[in-house]
Design a protein around this ligand. Structure first.
Ligand SMILES: Cc1ncc(COP(=O)(O)O)c(C=O)c1O
Length: 390
């Protein structure tokens, strides 16, 4: 870990945390170590494992550089690097749940998280209950004696509800349940989960840390209480990320602060423009004063990123398709957090206890790094096409 003065700002951390150049001949960036075998000097060292690195699945100078940078950002005791954001979801669930346990999961969760709970966890004899994102301290009504994990994601996927994380953590901890948060939207720059009572922070580093739509990676960061168990499960599962992907993400971190500030500013400008348009009935962005959870967002978050949704004013999926097919700059594709803008038609058919009917097609926008005026012109093309399709 690079030595830094105490209490430096986030951009200073991004630029310097992680790799200490003096650990590798003064080179500014960490080496990309491709490794399975690590040699030991003698049998005694091999048997006692008294050596920093012992095998590729247990970490390398490359994974350590990224993990220690993320620990500095998250305030965590330890971080593991896994091959995708989805693996960053499934590994902590497997680490902290056993047969007969109960999982409480927010209903506005990223769909593949739900799919994992409803298939693999169910098969293992772990029951899941979905609770509404606005539960806050009322989460107590959903807790069961065997609730071992409370899964949170804030804002919620696609509809951007903000959860009262401190209230939920307080209730969960009364019976020692572990609170896990998917913090991909805010990144530790705009929300530090562990400061708000969360035990394990999950990140799809594929998004803003990677930043260029060319790498898949997940990060899981735990507090002291949870680190050993998380780390052990990660090792037993052999689920380490590849060195080139880890390097790409630690490289991406260096510019994440400036990229995120740009995503934030452009997304807010576009969200405010969308609020004024006739063909749009609602804009789901928690940093807008019109958002029902705006006050909660303002209390806990220090910024907003580039992902939000709009609701077209009436119509069905074919109006949504007309809007999307008319776009020339926004690409039609999954994921987000990269340099380029994307749009998708959202399906809320998996929701159980959360609102799923918004009175018109819900379209999720990822605002990239292009010029705002060009993106607005593109959205105008989409709105004209949706109006013409009526
Ligand atoms: C909130 C959230 N968490 C996790 C993931 C999974 O990330 P990955 O695509 O790297 O598996 C995604 C991907 O879209 C996501 O939106």
């Amino acid at each position: 870990m690079a030595k830094l003065p105490k209490n430096v700002g986030m951009n200073t951390l991004l630029a310097h945390a992680g790799h200490d150049p003096q650990d590798f001949h003064g080179f500014v960036n960490p080496p990309v170590v491709h490794a399975s075998t690590v040699l030991f000097p003698n049998v005694e060292t091999m048997q006692s494992r008294k050596q920093r690195y012992t095998y590729g699945t247990r970490g390398t100078p490359t994974t350590d550089a990224l993990a220690s940078a993320v620990d500095a950002l998250e305030g965590s005791a330890g971080t593991v690097c896994v091959p995708s954001g989805l693996a960053a979801v499934t590994i902590p669930l497997l680490a902290f749940l056993s047969t007969g346990d109960h999982l409480l999961c927010v209903d506005s969760v990223y769909h593949p998280t739900r799919r994992f709970a409803d298939t693999v966890l169910k098969r293992m004899g772990i029951e899941t209950t979905y609770y509404p994102p606005e539960a806050g301290e009322k989460i107590a009504e959903y807790m069961q004696p065997n609730t071992k994990v409370v899964w949170t994601e804030s804002p919620g996927s696609n509809t951007f509800e903000i959860q009262d994380i401190p209230a939920i953590s307080e209730v969960a901890h009364r019976q020692d349940a572990i609170v896990i948060m998917d913090n991909t939207w805010a990144t530790p720059l705009y929300f530090r989960p562990l400061d708000f009572g969360v035990d394990v922070s999950v990140h799809a580093a594929t998004k803003y840390p990677g930043g260029h739509s060319d790498v898949l990676l997940g990060l899981v960061s735990a507090n002291e209480r949870c680190w050993e168990q998380l780390h052990e499960t990660f090792i037993w599962m052999g689920c380490i990320a590849g060195p080139d992907d880890v390097y790409q993400v630690q490289r991406g971190l260096k510019t994440m602060g400036v990229r995120l500030a740009h995503h934030q500013e452009s997304a807010l400008k576009i969200a405010r423009w969308c609020e004024e348009q006739n063909g749009i009935s609602a804009v789901l962005h928690p940093a807008l004063e019109s958002h029902p959870d705006h006050d909660l967002w303002k209390r806990d978050f220090s910024g907003s990123s580039g992902l939000f949704s709009i609701v077209l004013d009436g119509g069905g999926p074919s109006d949504g398709a007309a809007f999307l097919d008319a776009l020339q700059i926004f690409g039609l594709g999954y994921s987000w957090g990269g340099h380029e803008s994307l749009a998708v038609l959202v399906s809320l058919s998996d929701r159980i206890v959360t609102r799923s009917d918004y009175g018109g097609p819900v379209i999720r926008l990822q605002i990239g790094l292009e010029d705002v005026d060009d993106l607005i012109e593109d959205l105008r093309r989409g709105l004209d096409a949706a109006a013409a399709a009526r």
